[in-house]
Design a protein around this ligand. Sequence first.
Ligand SMILES: [Zn+2]
Length: 173
Amino acid sequence: MFHYCPNCGSTKVRVARKQRFSCDDCTFVFFQNVAAATGCIISAKAGVLFEARGKEPGKGKLGFPGGFVNPGEGAVEGVRRECIEEIGWDPGERAQFMASFPNEYLYKDVVYHTCDLYFTVSAPELTLSDLSIDTKETHEVRFIMPDEIAIDDLAFDSAKKALQYFTTRLAGR
Ligand SMILES: [Zn+2]
C-alpha cells in the first residue's frame, strides 16, 4: 500500500487484512476499504451487450458497462450513469439487481478490492443504432448470445461469475 507513513515518514508501517494500514511510530491509521462497483447485463433480442475494453486493465477483453460507484451515489444511480457515459443509453428503472461478486482490479500497480454489484436489464428492442459509444473507454460494442462467449474472453473474474450466474439462472426466462 505505502512504503512510508504519510504522516511522519517512518518506514515502520504495517498492513492488516489487506486493508488496515498503520504506523508504529505515530498514530496514523488508514483504511483502504472495499470499493463498490457496478456492472450491467443488458439483454436484447440480438444477445447480451458486451463491450470490448479500450483501456487497461483487460484491454481488448470483453466486459459489461459499469464502473466504480462515485462518492455520494447509490448503486442504481451509478450503473445508470455508467451506461449513459459508456454506451449513451439509460436503462432507467429497468435495472434490476441480480447478484454481487468480489473482484480485484489492478490499476497502475495498485490492487483495488471491489464488491461488484451486477444488474440485469431486459431491453428486447435495443440495437446498436440506439447507442452512442464512448471510444476512449470502449473499443467496440457487440451483442453476443451468452452461450457463444468463451468465458476467458471476459476481463474480470466477477464478470465471469456474473455471466455464469445469468446464463444458468436467468437467461431465456
Ligand atoms: Zn507515522
